[in-house]
Ligand binder design. Structure first.
Ligand SMILES: [Zn+2]
Length: 360
């Protein structure tokens, strides 16, 4: 195992600490996602461009990519939408045509039926945080191949390289800090385009580093999770991320810092079964698929017919698993309100402490 714990040389710019370990489980691949060939607006915050992988060291469970010019090759994923031309988008749910400008302005929610399309990590960042406030950390951490994992058709290393080139992302999670209505927040966002948002060792490591920095800076943390679960290519190392991330969030809780978890379509497997479910407040977008295993698997195992609406955000709310279903356009105000409550509580606490000090 020692190859997983080697220190990675520090590469300028970001706060990189030494890695600790690595991660895995069933990966849900993005299905039927249409690539809209053209992305009208490049995200303001550009991810590093996935450079063709060269000279990687498979000995490590991850490594830091050399810094290059990085432009996102944003494979804009508008979930199941057809774009006949640049002007119109066909809703995957109601099949109505939507004017693409209107669609973008509506944060990729169908104005006719309210269907929430999936977002890329950077779209989510842009829709969530104050403009230009996002400061990404650990963007260059890339996965190694601790198990030399190979399927019948390809190696994990090749798959990773291809996925990086295709998505312009180095991992399935983007982490950093920014502000929301002026209030500081640590933000982690999964991207389902990258191997189904699966949680491997770098995913876990990036999330834990974010928690550690949030602790240092004393800011609340918001995690937006869309994932098929642990990444099977990293076997046990992926499963270990469930414990690792949950333990990190426990420390956040002990320090009295709020953790807000937003579950978006789809959030399943080892992610919903670990850190994403241990938040102080759990929100979900309307219609999001949530659950551990897929309905077909559950029906086969339990030999029971599942109730209608099973494994949706609304079903989870009805059964007390989450706190609120929030439409995308309401997310910013709702999260801002939560952050405001926290700030007010902090201010009141400090005031009380000052009074006690003077009284003495
Ligand atoms: Zn629609």
């Amino acid at each position: 195992m020692e190859k997983l714990f080697k220190r990675i040389p520090k590469v300028g710019g970001e706060s990189e600490k030494e890695p600790t370990e690595s991660s895995s489980e069933g990966t849900i691949e993005p299905q039927d996602q249409l690539k809209t060939e053209k992305v009208e607006k490049a995200p303001e915050i550009s991810p590093e461009k996935a450079k063709k992988h060269e000279g990687h060291t498979p000995k490590f469970s991850w490594s830091i990519k050399p810094q290059g010019d990085q432009k996102p090759k944003q494979a804009a994923r508008t979930d199941k939408a057809d774009i006949p031309d640049d002007l119109w988008i066909k809703c995957a749910h109601c099949k109505e045509l939507i004017y693409s400008k209107e669609f973008e302005n509506n944060k990729k929610v169908c104005p006719k039926c309210g269907f929430h399309f999936r977002l890329t990590a950077y779209e989510r960042v842009n829709f969530t945080l104050d403009e230009g406030s996002f400061e990404e950390i650990n963007a260059r951490l890339v996965t190694g191949d601790p198990l030399n994992f190979t399927t019948a058709t390809e190696t994990y290393q090749v798959k990773s390289d291809q996925t990086r080139a295709k998505t312009g992302l180095n991992e399935s999670i983007v982490t950093g800090f920014g502000t929301l209505e002026g209030l500081p927040v640590a933000l982690a966002v999964c991207d389902f385009n990258y191997m189904g948002g699966s949680m491997g060792s770098v995913f876990g490591e990036k999330l834990v580093r974010l928690v550690e920095q949030a602790l240092e800076r004393r800011v609340p943390l918001l995690a937006v999770s869309a994932s098929g679960g642990a990444r099977m290519h990293e076997g046990m190392f992926s499963l270990m991320q469930m414990a690792k991330t949950t333990a990190a969030f426990a420390r956040l809780g002990e320090a009295g810092l709020p953790f807000i978890s937003l579950l978006v379509d789809p959030c399943t497997g080892g992610v919903i079964a670990s850190y994403a479910s241990v938040a102080d407040i759990i929100l979900a977008e309307p219609g999001a698929l949530l659950g551990f295993a897929g309905p077909r698997v559950i029906e086969q195992v339990t030999k029971q017919k599942l109730p209608p609406g099973f494994q949706t955000a609304e079903f989870f709310l009805e059964h007390g698993m989450i706190d609120q279903v929030v439409a995308r356009k309401e997310l910013r105000p709702v999260i801002a309100k939560l952050l405001h409550h926290y700030q007010t509580a902090v201010a009141q606490n400090e005031a009380r402490e000052r009074e006690v000090t003077y009284a003495r």
